[in-house]
Structures are given as structure tokens and as C-alpha cells.
Ligand binder design. Sequence first.
Ligand code: OSB
Ligand code: MG
Length: 376
Amino acid sequence: MLTIDAVHLREINLPLASAFETSLGVTTARRILLIEIESDGLTGWGECVAGEHPYFSDESIDTAWFITEKELAPRLLGRELVGGGACPKLFRQIRGHRMAKAALENAVWDLDAQQKRVPLAQLLGGTRQTIDCGVSIGIQPSQTALLEKIAEELEAGYQRIKLKCKPGWDTKIFEAVRARWPEIPLSCDANSAYRIGDIEHIAEWDQFKLQMIEQPLWYDDFYFHALLQKRLETPVCLDESIRNRRDALAAIDMDSCRIINLKVGRVGGFSEAIAVHNAAQERGIPVWCGGMLETGIGRAHNIALSSLENFSLPGDVSASARFWAEDIIEPEVTVSRTGEITMPTGIGSGYRVRRDRIESLTVRSLSLRAAARVTA
Ligand code: OSB
Ligand code: MG
């Protein structure tokens, strides 16, 4: 049993090593909400993946901070929990705010793994010893810059290249990339930049033999993605649309997608992520682990999750150095020349959190302590 003694919120500001551009906009620095949960002298960490603006989802760091402070943390403080799996029920009264919920729930899992002295991956039910890594490459200033970037990432060993795309940065770009690399595993991610009227335009991409087309249409849609999938040979992959297990079931049954990008923050925490993973596995649908420009804390959690069996395609889980001049964990996440991350074997996430560095990056913090212990 874990008793939640305190929940600490903090915001750190961290510039990205290089700007990341998608159809949603350009990100040059991150404002990140980190969660620390204390129980009997141990500390579990969680990272909230909500962005500075509610562009990817309807959450932002500021809504997440508010909901964590006013609604979620009070439901945990002083409670005795069997583990992270107890969180969804405690949070059920609050609708939405899944990224805020995930940061707390994942911190509880992190803590539980430390208390039980097991690797987090093992606690989650993971079996893989290594995970396969791909990269997501943002929209670049020019086609030449993009080709250089791809060459670099292939040279580094990454097993799959995902190209961010949008109208005007799509067919021509895919043509240029395929002309130079006819066979590499290649995919694209539109972050909902297209509409169903673009169906014939998107269907032209079948010629590029993409591994998948990620979230081409509306962020909250299943129906039109199913119409599009019917017209395509290339598998559609859903990211934004999948909020939980029921969404995964609906999308799979409707043939809205044939692959799922699973992001633990987007679905509200490890419990729901495992539920989505299992539902997809039972139906023969592969999942892969998505990324949200995480620091090492969220990255380490993504690595642990990726060790589950049905994470059978390379994820957007890549080296710390691609995002940060200096990460906030030790050792930093590194990827082998064959594009793999070896699962850490230590207890908990297997990475040490650099509290001194986090302190120096902190721009605001708030500590909430239990008034008394409550038995749930
Ligand atoms: O749609 O997968 C996405 C980054 C921020 C917001 C949305 C997405 C992304 C990525 C992943 O593409 C980048 C990464 O963390 O490796
Ligand atoms: Mg995506």
C-alpha cells in the first residue's frame, strides 16, 4: 500500500535543441508541468504532456495545473492506494483532462515500482528487452534541409522515418524522399490538416508505400477516417482521435484505422494505455508509442510502456539529445546504431532524476500536503 503524503507541482521552462514544426505550429521551447508524489520517503515522478497551447488537444499546461491543484491532487492526498491502477476510479468524477490525470497516475506507478523494488516496465506487464525506435521529423525550411535531416537520422540508426506533413508540404516531399530512399520504412503525420474533400489527393500517396498515414482528418473523427481508409491501400493510423479503450474499439470495428499511435498522456495514464494496448492486441491491430517532445521523465515512462508485447512497430521514442542540449535525467536516453533502446534494468523508471537541474529550471512550484491519512 502507498500513502500519498504530498503532491508537488512545478513548471520548468526548457528550450528545444531545434524548433519542431507541425501543421499545428512551431514549438521552440517547452513549458512543462512536472509532478512529484511523495510516499513514506520515496518520490515518484510524472510529466504532463500538455503543450503551452490547447492545439494538439484541448488541454494546456495551465488547464492541467489548475485541474491538478483544484481537483485531482486533493483526491489523492492522504489516501492509501494499492498502486497507480487505483487512480482512474478516484479521478472518474472529473471529465476529460486526461493529460493532467496521466501525470499523476504515472507518478504513482513510478512510486509503486520503487516501493516494490521492481522495474516500472515489469510492473506494467512489459516483456521486451529492447524497443525499436523511429523519429518524427518536423516540417523543415526547405526540401534540401529535410533530406539532410533524414540522412542524419538514418545514419544514427533509426528504424523508421515519420514526416510531419500539411497541404503544400506533402506529395512533392514524399516524391523527393522516395526518389532518394525507395525502400526505407516511411510514414507521415498530418495532425488533422486535411478534410474529406482531400480524399483523392491523399489517395495519391498510396504510390509511396508509406507504412501508415497518421491522423489525416479531424482530431475527433472516426467516420470520415473510415471512408478514407476504404479508399486507401495504406493503413490509416489514429493518434488524436483515440482517447480511451472504447475509442480504440470503435475505430477498429469501423475500420477507421489499422494501426494505433498510443500515447499514455492522451489516454489518461498507464491503466488506460494498457487497456488500449490489450484491446488492439486482441483484434490484431499493432500499436506503437507516440511522443510529445517529452523530457527524460516522460521519455523514461514511454520506454517502460513500449516494452509491452503489442508495441510491435518502431515508436517515436528517440534519444534525449534530439530534443535537449541537456536532459533532466541520468543517464540520458540513448539509441544504439541499430535504432534500439535497451530497457533499463534498475528499479522504478531505471533513470535517475536530476533534481538540482530541475530546481534551476523551475519557474513556479506548489506543494500540497495531506492534512491527515484517509483510508480508501
Ligand atoms: O502528433 O505525434 C504527434 C509531437 C508533439 C505533438 C504531437 C506529435 C508529436 C510528434 C512526436 O510527432 C515527436 C516526438 O516526441 O518524438
Ligand atoms: Mg501524431
